[in-house]
Each structure stands twice: as C-alpha cells, then as structure tokens.
Ligand binder design. Structure first.
Ligand code: NI
Length: 162
C-alpha cells in the first residue's frame, strides 16, 4: 500500500460514521425493521453489524500492533446477529458505538509506522497471516458496501408499500 493509498483508505474510514448517520437519518421503526425476507437483515441489523464489526476490527488491530504471534478468532456474522438480538438493538446507541469505536480505531491507525503495516495475525480460515494493511483495506470498503445495502432496503420498502 503506497502512502497515497493509505491516506485515501484512512480518509474513507473517517467518513464512515457521518455517511451511516446520513443514510438512516429520520427513518421510522417500520423502515428500520423492514426485512425483505426472514433471512435478510433489516436496516437496524445492518447498523448493529457495523457497530459490532468495528469492535472486532478494533480488537484485531490491537492484537496485530501489540501482541506477539496473535491468532484471529473468526466469527459467524449471522450467528452474532441472531444470538445477540440485533433486531432489538437501540439504533442511536449502535450509531454511537460505531462512531466512538471508529474514532478510537482511527487514532491508532493514524500513528502507524511502515513496519506496523506489515504486522498481522494468523487467520485460521485463511490459513495464513492476515496483515494490518489488509485489515485497513477491508475497513475502508466495509461500511460503503453496507450503506449501499441500506439504500437498497429503503428503495425496496418504498416499492413494497404503494
Ligand atoms: Ni459486513
């Protein structure tokens, strides 16, 4: 990752909370809880997923930066959503969780040295070390994907209710 790419990724990561808050601004509960099918996530579940993944990113980057030979604990995101009752999560609290954790994660990422970027943790599902540089690339793409999903859910609900 070049310096310019790193800067672009960190800029993208920084914009996440404002973009997410704008995407859900003013939505009523019927919209937040709309599920196009039982297996699909509602907007509330997507926001809670983003808040929880930020916790995971935060823990993983701390392992990578600070620990010796760390190992990642993989998660099943659908099990987290159902077993942690994402459907009942308070939206404002989840938005705050995302914002605060992203701010503190970004503070760590902004002070990385080039040597830190190649640090990583063993990823059992990948069978290899997953680097901090790769994690940053994932973080930069993750919220835009889910904000796109939120926009599609809003559109689907509009079409389902004439
Ligand atoms: Ni995701």
């Amino acid at each position: 990752m070049t310096d310019a790419e790193l800067k672009a990724n960190l800029d993208g990561i920084r914009q996440g909370p404002a973009l997410l808050e704008a995407a859900v601004d003013g939505l009523d509960n019927a919209t937040l809880d709309y599920k196009p099918s039982p297996q699909k996530w509602s907007i509330r579940e997507v926001v809670t997923h983003l808040a929880d993944v930020e916790l995971i990113y935060g823990y993983r980057m701390r392992q990578m930066i600070a620990d010796k030979n760390p190992t990642i604990a993989p998660i099943e995101q659908d099990d987290w959503a159902s077993n942690l009752a994402y459907r009942d999560a308070p939206l404002e609290e989840m938005l705050q969780q995302f914002r605060v954790l992203r701010q503190t994660n970004l503070r760590l990422l902004q002070r990385l040295t080039p040597a830190d970027l190649s640090k990583g943790a063993f990823h059992p599902e990948r069978g290899r070390v997953f680097t901090l540089e790769e994690l940053i690339g994932f973080m930069a793409k993750h919220h835009p994907n889910h904000i796109g999903q939120i926009e599609r859910l809003k559109e689907q609900l509009k079409q389902a209710t004439p």
